[in-house]
Design a protein around this ligand. Structure first.
Ligand SMILES: Cc1cc2nc3c(=O)[nH]c(=O)nc-3n(C[C@H](O)[C@H](O)[C@H](O)COP(=O)(O)OP(=O)(O)OC[C@H]3O[C@@H](n4cnc5c(N)ncnc54)[C@H](O)[C@@H]3O)c2cc1C
Length: 292
């Protein structure tokens, strides 16, 4: 109960601009916080990030690079995000790593409309290295219908995407059906946002069971399956049934497991977010590290 309250409280802090401003009020407090956040963050600058990508690639990992940000609701801000990805793609072109790009749709103007977002995402698709894919993050459930519309529209144009499906959402089996029809690979996560019981299963057994069902649904439907979880029981049960599934993990979480999976011959991709807006992401990870 106490840990569940603290998880909820930490989620509250993760979305509190006042708390973020307080932490970032002085260089000293910001550096102190960043020192703790660093394990989860590829870098604040592009130079640091390129170094992290190089290190991950040398260890046999694929990388999924995401420029921090969410809820970007002015076009000028969205254009700056696109320019950031352009800079990153150029800086990474020499690293030779297996790098996917990831987008949080609301960081690319989803709240301004699906078409606005789509126009900007199309530019990012052009930046993808050969053989690479664009992974589309899942956000709060109120954004899911628009993220689905965006994903299916882009997939209809032939964009090489990976969709993210949250196991905790009750709508997910129906979303998976639509993604299967469109031939879009699915990355399965438990779900990082606090949702109401109307739309979501509780954290724990109900979400874990939903995860297993959805993974089998994706596999039976013939789409690529990506297991984005650090839960060793779920992961091992599914890898035994679907050895071809890829695994994705967050930078800084259960790194020994990630290395062991590479040694066993599995494809492992590390989600590596970067940029100046690391605060909310870090708070969510701290909340998850508390458990339920
Ligand atoms: C590649 C990737 C992409 C993701 N993308 C999205 C997305 O687009 N939308 C979304 O809603 N969610 C996303 N998530 C987050 C996901 O929904 C979960 O919130 C998060 O992964 C924790 O769930 P878990 O499956 O690892 O299981 P848990 O049961 O939370 O964790 C299993 C074990 O992993 C370890 N662990 C987990 N988190 C931490 C941590 N922060 N620090 C230290 N140890 C930890 C603990 O040992 C824990 O017991 C993503 C996760 C991954 C791995």
């Amino acid at each position: 109960m106490i840990s569940s309250v603290s998880r909820r409280a930490l989620y509250g802090l993760a979305t509190s601009s006042r708390f973020e401003s307080l932490v970032k009020a002085t260089g000293y407090t910001e550096d102190l916080a960043y020192r703790a956040a660093k394990r989860y963050v590829a870098g604040r600058t592009l130079d640091e990030t390129v170094e992290t990508v190089r290190r991950l690639a040398e260890s046999g990992f694929g990388v999924c690079l995401d420029l921090f940000g969410e809820g970007n609701d002015d076009e000028e801000g969205v254009r700056r995000v696109v320019a950031g990805y352009e800079e990153a793609a150029a800086a990474l072109s020499g690293t030779g790593g297996d790098v996917y790009l990831e987008i949080v749709p609301s960081n690319l103007g989803l709240d301004l409309g699906v078409d606005v977002c789509r126009r900007h995402v199309e530019r990012l698709v052009e930046l993808l290295p050969t053989g690479s894919r664009l992974e589309v993050s899942a956000e709060e459930s109120w954004r899911t219908p628009r993220i689905m519309d965006l994903t299916l529209a882009l997939a209809g144009d032939g964009a090489p995407l990976v969709a993210t499906v949250q196991a905790n959402l009750k709508r997910s089996p129906a979303d998976v059906e639509r993604l299967l029809e469109a031939g879009v690979p699915v990355r399965l996560v438990k779900g990082a946002y606090l949702e109401t019981s109307e739309v979501a299963h509780p954290w724990g057994e109900p979400t874990d069971t939903a995860y297993l069902h959805l993974a089998h649904q994706v596999h039976a439907g013939g789409a690529g399956l990506v297991l984005a979880t650090h839960d060793p029981v779920i992961r091992e049960a599914l890898l035994a049934a679907v050895p071809s599934a890829a695994v994705e993990m967050l930078l800084g979480v259960r790194e020994d497991d990630a290395r062991a999976l590479v040694t066993r011959g599995h494809t492992v991709r590390i989600y590596a977010p970067y940029g100046q807006s690391w605060f909310r992401y870090w708070m969510r990870r701290v909340a998850e590290a508390q458990g339920t």
